[in-house]
Design a protein around this ligand. Sequence first.
Ligand SMILES: [Zn+2]
Length: 128
Amino acid sequence: MQSDKVYTLSEWPVLEKISARTTPDRTLDSYNVILLYEVAATDDDWAAMDQEEYEFAKALLASRHRRHPLPSSPFKATCPHCSEVVVSWHKLCVDVPKGEKRGLVFCGCGKTGADSADVEGVGRIIGG
Ligand SMILES: [Zn+2]
């Protein structure tokens, strides 16, 4: 798949709906299409896709994971109970500072977890 390919949103109904919430552009390159499917798409969006768009989205996401660099900084979340900042590096990151961890990490009180996604600055917060 070529990275300079441009996609016309009207060809993909759910993508068009997702993009309407986030960008005025009517055409997007593959990098931005992938970000929309990966970051902005909700469970309802995924459920609304027909088979053709679902396979299109899945193929794009798979291609991205082969060539996109991992985040260069950790995902952080602050626990509202103990105020500890939980720092999570993506599970495949190599250069993790001493004392910091990869994947799902919990704060000292155990109520808030952070888990880095493979997009810079994006992750999952558990509990809190
Ligand atoms: Zn805590």
